[in-house]
Each structure stands twice: as C-alpha cells, then as structure tokens.
Design a protein around this ligand. Sequence first.
Ligand code: ATP
Length: 238
Amino acid sequence: MSDPLLQIEGLQAGYGDVQVLWDVTIRVMPGEITCIVGSNGAGKTTLLRTVSGLIQPRAGSIRLQGQELAGETADAVLGAGIAHVPEGRRLFKGMSVRDNLLLGAYLRRDRQEVEQDLEFVLDTFPILKERAHQDATTMSGGEQQMCAIGRGIMSRPKLLMIDELSLGLAPRLVDTLGEALQAVNRTGLTILLVEQDVITALELASTGFVIETGRVTMTGSADALADDPRIKEAYMGL
Ligand code: ATP
C-alpha cells in the first residue's frame, strides 16, 4: 500500500475557549477522492480551515507527503500543494472569470504551464470559457462553484479540498459538477471533499470519514459506509 498523501493525526482546534475538533485523525490516499461527511456544525469547515493554515491547531499534526504543515501560514500550505475551495465560493467581485481563475495561480512563476492549466480548466468547465470576461460574481451558483474549483486547480495542487460542493445547487448541476470532478481526479489530482449531502459525497468518493461533534466516528470505503445501517438512518433518512 502506498503512503498517504495527507495524514492528519490527533488534531485539536477551535475558536477562543471553544474547542471544535477533538483528536481528529484522517488519511487521504494519493489519487483518490476522499470525503468527510457530517451534519451542520460537526466541524468540517473548521477542519479544512485548520489544514489550510487559516486556523492554528492546538495540537496534532498535518503532514503532506511527510512534510509537517501544522502551524504554517495559509500561503505556505498553498505553496506546499494544498488548495482550498471555500464554502460560499468567495469569488472576487468586479473581476472577470478569467482573472478569478488566474488568481489561483498567484504563487506560480511557470507562466506557460499556468496558461496550459487555464486551458484545462476552461475545457473541463466549458461554460467558464463562454463567460471568461464576465464578472464572476454575476454568474449562477453552479457556475460560480465551477469557477471556485477552477481557481483551486490553477494552483496546480497535490490536494484539492472542496468545502460543500453541492450546497444550494440543483441536483442536476451537482451531477455535472461531480462528473467534472471525477474527470479531474482521473488526471491524477487527489481530492478531499467535505459534504453535508452524504449520498452525493459517498457516490463520488472511494473512502469516507464521518465526523460528529468534532470527532471522527466512522471510516471505511464509501461503498461500505453507504450500506451501513447507521449511516442510512442518520444521514439518508432511510
Ligand atoms: P457547516 O456545514 O455549517 O459548515 P461544519 O461541520 O463545517 O458545518 P463548522 O463550521 O466547522 O461546522 O463549525 C463547527 C462548530 O464551530 C460550530 O459549533 C460552530 O458554531 C463553531 N464555530 C464556527 N466558526 C466559529 C467562529 N468563528 N467562532 C466561534 N465558533 C465557531
């Protein structure tokens, strides 16, 4: 078995006096789509923000290919190869789709490869090609999500983390996005997906982690989790 791309161990994090994550251990294998599922408020966003260096952990380690990232700045984490597509997309108003995408590459100096990656993103999400010169924030929610994912890809990361892929989007659009992500994954990009929509997440991923009130409570192959009666009852309304 290969080594994990990302290994999170014993992670503790929170805000002020409030501890949100308790001893979280998660591994992401290279080349896979891994998902973290859990209800609203379980700590999923806090976990991604801690991995990205936006929140400093209180304890634990976050290693990317063995390199310790706990305590690093957000720029250093991005430079090491982790891109974070935040919940709510956070595109820049007054800037075109193209410029929003290029912002994802702001740490890169390999301009020719940046152009190639831009072509790849525009081929993956053809609607962004049509809208390349439009203010990104005037697009529909689904188009903005594509742009936010594209911006993440533009940093040429080793790991792409996406917070709430499907939130607020129509099911058909979620399917389109899911297919695009699987195509991106097949090019070799490892993806960590955080989702409240457990069914969607387990369909896309090969491995899953369940997080409840800041603790990992279950893990396994996505198929096994989708078949688990506890998951069906708690998250699928079955
Ligand atoms: P969601 O799906 O709503 O994003 P989540 O699983 O991502 O949920 P978090 O956003 O990580 O959950 O929130 C986990 C806990 O941390 C919640 O109890 C929340 O109220 C608390 N929390 C989040 N942000 C802050 C903050 N800036 N200050 C204090 N507490 C916070």
